[in-house]
Design a binder for this molecule. Structure first.
Ligand code: EPZ
Length: 419
């Protein structure tokens, strides 16, 4: 089992080009199943979750190869409709293949997906939407067997109880080749949804309203292949900025999606960091000590503050001057990183969905276990700010979302090694 060893207490300084987005790449790779020709997907981060998506594509008969952050997928040879439980359990996004398989073949057999343990992560909205689109679903012995009546899903008017990212993606994937029009009200507005729609439009899909709460999709008989470049990863971007804010120093983040990062940047700016954006570059300089954030940091669906950036901002605020308050509104159990931060000397009190972070003058290095992807990233932020050495284990969580993280941290002048 690999570990990351981090020597903290050094200011950071450097420039980093941001990786492509994990949460865009995964649904885009699934979407390639719907095409009748080869797809070339550029700026695809090379991550364990992305490789898991490639294994699912291979398993249903697609050829999928990676080199230099480019995935080439040949979906002409799709033959299978069953995604085995071991592949479904590798990540949460495996469920997105349900909509894509239904769109391509009219049937699929899946099971409950795996992914980070952030509290209960049901798929009831996904299943209810597919049923409304004319898909018969039976759940037996852990398998979810889905079959579109008449071999093709039907467009429907859908209204989500909550703007779920995954359910919105699944509906879009099923609807782009369904019969008739689908309308999704209270759809998720995350930038990664727009990126998925951008890819599908490049393949000939008819989608409007993505990025807004009402998305309309007119089903097409067939989609073609295309070349597409995935958007930058706004959460990886937030993580590297938080590392520099926490440790002190300055950095330039290039190839960034500055507009999509605005909800995060406006919270980070309240810590007293100087932040300038110009085109696709973000410049950050942090003073000697961060200030606590005065307003409560409430995680909300986009364009609210992203839940995926909650842990890393918390790590940065652990040594801020004053008290910051977080409110986690998306997942029931997304404070598991706090235990490790407390071990490093942070003063954090969790009361249900609220976490009160009283800034301490300094943290100290400690051994820590990554609890989940973003929680693990938060531990790296804290370790870079801490005096002394930290050893972070269970880093397979971190490798699911951060491409070559030790190279990125080293580019910023941090001392980190993988053993
Ligand atoms: C996506 O997860 C992201 N994952 C998550 O990023 C992100 O935290 C989340 O959206 C919210 O922004 C990917 O894109 C691969 P949801 P997803 O469906 O789609 C409840 C990361 O760190 N819900 O919007 O699973 C659910 O339990 C990951 O990169 C239901 O109740 O999130 C949760 O409380 C972690 N029933 C809330 O909605 C359903 O059928 C939001 O979930 C579906 C969801």
């Amino acid at each position: 089992m690999q570990k990351l060893i981090i020597e903290g207490g050094r200011r950071l300084k450097g420039e980093l080009a941001l990786q492509g987005s994990k949460n865009s790449s995964l649904p885009i790779l699934a979407a390639s199943l719907l095409c009748m020709d080869e797809c070339v997907i550029r700026n695809c981060p090379e991550l364990t979750d992305v490789y898991a998506a490639a294994r699912i594509l291979n398993c249903v008969g697609c050829r999928c190869t990676f080199s230099d952050n480019t995935a080439v997928i040949d979906p002409r040879t799709v033959s299978g409709t069953v995604i085995p439980g071991n592949l479904m359990r590798e990540m949460r996004s495996s469920i997105i293949f349900m909509g894509a398989m239904l769109g391509r073949t009219g049937e699929c057999t899946v099971s409950v997906p795996g992914g980070c343990e952030l509290g209960p992560r049901p798929i009831d909205m996904h299943l209810a939407a597919m049923r409304k689109m004319g898909v018969d679903i039976t759940e037996t012995g852990g398998s979810i067997v889905c079959r579109s009546r008449g071999g093709r899903a039907k467009g429907a008017k859908l209204s989500l109880a909550f703007p779920s990212v995954g359910a919105t993606e699944n509906i879009i994937l099923c609807a782009v080749t369904a019969e008739g029009e689908t309308v999704v009200n209270n759809a998720a507005r995350e930038p990664e949804i727009c990126d998925l729609c951008g890819f599908l439009r490049a393949c000939g899909a008819d989608i409007s309203g993505d990025g807004e709460s009402r998305i309309a999709i007119k089903g097409k008989e067939k989609l073609c292949g295309c070349e597409y470049s995935v958007m930058p990863d706004r959460i990886a971007g937030a993580t590297y900025l938080c590392m520099t804010a926490a440790a002190g120093g300055e950095m330039i983040l290039s190839r960034a999606c500055t507009a999509e990062m605005e909800p995060f940047l406006s919270a980070l700016e309240q810590t007293g960091c100087s932040i300038f954006t110009s085109g696709d570059r973000i410049y950050l300089r942090s003073g000697s000590r961060l200030r606590a954030v005065r307003d409560r940091i409430r995680t909300m669906p986009h364009p609210g503050f992203p839940t995926d950036a909650q842990a890393v901002l918390m790590a940065a605020l652990a040594t801020a001057d004053g008290t910051s308050v977080f409110e986690e509104n998306i997942f029931d159990c997304r404070y598991r990183h706090t235990e490790a931060l407390i071990k490093m000397g942070a003063d954090i009190q969790v009361l249900g969905k609220v976490a009160i972070v009283r800034g301490v003058p300094r943290l100290h290095g400690a051994p820590a276990e990554a609890t989940d992807l973003r929680g693990g990233a938060a531990m790296i932020c804290a370790a870079l700010a801490a005096e002394g050495t930290s050893e972070i284990s269970r880093i397979s969580h971190i490798d699911r979302g951060y491409e070559k993280i030790e190279e990125a941290v080293t580019a910023l002048g941090g001392r980190i090694s993988r053993v």
